[in-house]
Design a protein around this ligand. Structure first.
Ligand code: GRF
Length: 208
């Protein structure tokens, strides 16, 4: 049996992306274990979802940024996290934090980056008038929503879309590509050269 990748998840909200990873593990699609779920929001549904799946959780009170991040780093290290997934984590991490885990932090964002970084990406897409948007899984670097891109999936924007309807359509794809990205990472198949991420497809029966 392969060694399971230990994942630390940071989440602030409802946690559907966390749930997608939990389900992926339970279905046997991922050889990984979520070692810890950390939240800056005591009431995050993500914490509830983790508890239901018997995953340890920690709430870290957001205070001074450097102290908050120091505590989160300690918790991740104590839990031997080899991959950190930002799954709806609503804080911007400092360069100090990011550089502590080089190419070990990934984020899911609801647009086709580099379009529409930051908050309310789905609203930005509708207001801009694009016909296609989507979602992106990327490595986290020192800049917001700007690290090397691992996977993207396109989603159409319809004339009668609301932010909610578009967000729901994107969310389905988020769950899919996040689980896929974690799987590829866990299989050690990612190679990063500069900004470009290459996926080793040898021995894979999946079409990426
Ligand atoms: C998702 O849309 C994700 O792309 C963004 O925050 C949202 C989190 O949703 N970063 P959930 O908490 O995983 O349901």
């Amino acid at each position: 049996m392969d060694k399971k990748l230990k994942i630390g998840v940071l989440a602030s909200g409802r946690g559907t992306n966390l749930q997608a990873m939990i389900d992926g593990i339970q279905r046997g699609e991922l050889s990984a274990e979520i070692a810890i779920v950390i939240s800056d929001n005591r009431d995050a549904m993500a914490l509830e979802r983790a508890r239901k799946a018997n995953i340890p959780t920690v709430y870290v009170k957001p205070g001074k940024k450097s102290e908050f991040e120091r505590e989160v780093i300690n918790i991740l290290e104590e839990n031997n996290a080899e991959l950190i997934v930002l799954a709806g984590f609503m804080r911007i991490l400092s360069p100090n934090f990011v550089n502590h885990f080089p190419l070990k932090i990934i984020n899911i964002h609801p647009s086709l980056l580099p379009s529409f970084p930051g908050l309310e990406a789905q609203r930005q897409a509708i207001e801009y008038g694009v016909k296609i948007t989507g979602c992106t899984v990327h490595f986290v670097n020192e800049m917001v929503d700007a690290g090397p891109i691992i996977l993207q999936e396109a989603v159409p924007v319809y004339d009668d879309d609301t932010v909610e309807s578009l967000s729901d359509r994107i969310l389905e794809k988020e769950h899919k590509i996040l689980v896929e990205a974690v799987r590829i990472f866990s299989e050690n198949k990612l190679k990063v050269i500069g900004r470009r991420v290459f996926i080793d497809k040898t021995g894979s029966d999946k079409c990426l």
